[in-house]
Design a protein around this ligand. Sequence first.
Ligand code: PLP
Length: 359
Amino acid sequence: MPSGRYGASMGTYIRKSLESVAAYAPGEQPREATVVKLNTNENPYPPSPRVLEAIRAFGVEALRRYPDPTCTALRQRLASMHGVAADQVFVGNGSDEVLTLCTRAFVERDEAIGYFDVSYSLYPVLAELQEVARRPVDLGPDFAWRMPADYQAALFFLANPNAPTGIRFDGAQVERFCRGFSGVVLIDEAYVDFAEADCVAIARALPNVLVARTLSKSYSLAGLRLGYAVGPAPLIEALQKIKDSYNVNAFTQAVGLAALGDLEYMRTNAARIKATRERARAALLGQGHQVYPSETNFLWLRPARLSAQEVFAGVRRHGIVIRYFPGAKTGDFLRVTVGTDADMDRFLAAMDVVTGRAS
Ligand SMILES: Cc1ncc(COP(=O)(O)O)c(C=O)c1O
């Protein structure tokens, strides 16, 4: 019986550095059909009817062949959407893949990856997996922008709007930071279609800035796995060099292209979600909770009267799943995805009961 290269203990075939890594914890995917699922920022509305058409038109014969390794049609479409050339667009298997590839393309072994604390909880995990130092930056009071004057790293993940707080950082502030930063800034715009402004102009202008986007949220296609980055051609070329040959499958390319052909549908749904978000926020404020202004499809709140954990468990008993992130900076808060108006009415009614206002 082989004993592995580190001796006879368990896990002897696995890289040592992996032992201490805590894997990214995705939100629960409950099986009960009746659950109101407000925990992973999915879109409550179906994708565009053009997506359904593309699915119907997608012949099984297309699966026999390898997909286009460079996603030509998708990149052309995204390039014209964002006013750049096709060689300024990278397409990935979800924007998570884009983030992972950035850690491999832009950071040397002895360098560091930066991100705000708090922000998307995948960023520190990616740094750990790449075995490079983490250099988190504490946000100011109320999760506002704060950056030490001499701060540097090889790569900075900047979610804008931020998650899980929902707060958008001012574009001029972001641009000033990017101009003074010696590494690459990846502006993660996963939620930007629910926001009032974006940062693509910064990625078009500066040699060290990429913007990442996803079809998972505003296009209702989280299951498809399609994300992309826009920015300077040399950075895009580096990502192209290290990606898997066929990182985006043929089905995803065809369906994604159809979704991008119906921007009006996406924008209409985003507007509906924003309207529901504002209504839900006003109702939650009326119940006495602290609710941050959001430019995303979720709300970040500190519940009144009970702890966040108690409220999380309480609404779960009413068949509603929201997100609770344990930890010093996040443990007093809850993140609630904006669902349909009916979903939010159920949530608001449960909140009223659980947090003690309704009897
Ligand atoms: C800030 C942020 N970036 C990226 C992602 C991942 O998106 P994708 O589904 O494209 O991998 C998420 C998903 O929750 C997110 O919150």
